[in-house]
Design a protein around this ligand. Structure first.
Ligand code: SF4
Ligand code: SF4
Length: 282
């Protein structure tokens, strides 16, 4: 089963939920799809065993064949090409690797090179009993295109495990790429009007993608009742409420997963998986 942990905005505690859940259930795998800022491993401290560069196609122009007709630049909808009198300029940061330019070039002057956009790292988090399987995508600094890297990281999801995917914040393409194929989505929010606003946007996305979902309210004893009332009104299962907790905040600030020091919390996260299974049976 694949469980995505997402939030309409950053700073809600999404990674805390994802890492603690992954550490609390048997036969789990954690995949950090928040590739622009993967920070799950600050807590999990996985032993990385394999690294693999991930690239996307990048056009290469053969100047011996090119007639500088300009067709490629005209058909590139991302403005990643500029055809001058005697050369074609490629702007790698704008190129989406769609391949249209090589397809339309009448002189067959464009071949596909490769641009490395980041790396997928894999390993394990040693644990008593069975190790937690770990995977993360790390996007190169300044690289604007994260979906291909997320897609690659997701190919390592092991079907025999409960896969916890830590999604990027927000509701844009990287989130859609992460959620695509998930069996269930946990939406993490905080009980404030801002939290509610972002939650509503995230709910719109998962509903459109037809992914079953539930809500977790972090710092539940701060803020107001607006998120709870919204969930009741919309018939959305509220699966967990986590009050502000000094011990949890302290463990977080030290990069220590809360459940490694608190067996009660580990049980609660284990129960969260049970609750998800129940939701999927309804
Ligand atoms: S379409 Fe082909 S021939 Fe025309 S400018 Fe581009 S690379 Fe050169
Ligand atoms: S591969 Fe696509 S995005 Fe990149 S330059 Fe060619 S047409 Fe533009």
């Amino acid at each position: 089963m694949i469980i995505a942990v997402a939030s309409g905005k950053g700073g809600t505690g999404k990674t805390t939920i994802a890492t603690n859940l992954a550490l609390s259930i048997p036969q789990a795998q954690y995949i950090d799809c928040d590739v622009e800022e993967p920070n799950g491993n600050l807590f999990l401290k996985a032993e990385i065993q394999q690294k693999e560069d991930v690239g996307v196609p990048l056009p290469h122009i053969d100047s011996a064949l090119c007639t500088y007709c300009g067709i490629c630049a005209k058909d590139c909808e991302f403005n990643a090409l500029a055809v001058l009198k005697d050369r074609v300029m490629v702007f790698p940061e704008l190129c989406h690797g769609c391949g249209v330019c090589s397809y339309v070039c009448p002189e067959k002057a464009i071949s596909e090179g490769e641009k490395i956009i980041g790396v997928v790292e894999r390993g394990v988090v040693p644990q008593e009993g069975e190790d937690l399987v770990f995977c993360q995508g790390v996007l190169n600094v300044g690289e604007p295109m994260s979906p291909p890297l997320i897609k690659k990281a997701k190919t390592y999801a092991e079907p025999t495990r409960t896969v916890i995917m830590d999604a990027p914040p927000g509701t844009s393409c990287p989130v859609i790429q992460t959620l695509n194929g998930a069996d269930f989505c946990l939406l993490v929010t905080e009980p404030t009007p801002f939290g509610l606003n972002d939650l509503e946007l995230a709910v719109g996305v998962v509903r459109q993608m037809k992914i079953p979902f539930g809500v977790i309210i972090n710092r539940s004893d701060s803020g107001d009742q607006s998120v709870v009332e919204y969930c009741q009104r919309e018939n959305i299962p509220l699966l967990m409420e986590i009050p502000l907790n000094r011990d949890l905040a302290f463990a977080y600030s030290k990069g220590i997963p809360y459940v490694t020091e608190n067996s009660e919390a580990k049980d609660q996260f284990g129960q969260l998986l049970v609750a998800i299974h129940k939701e999927l049976q309804v």
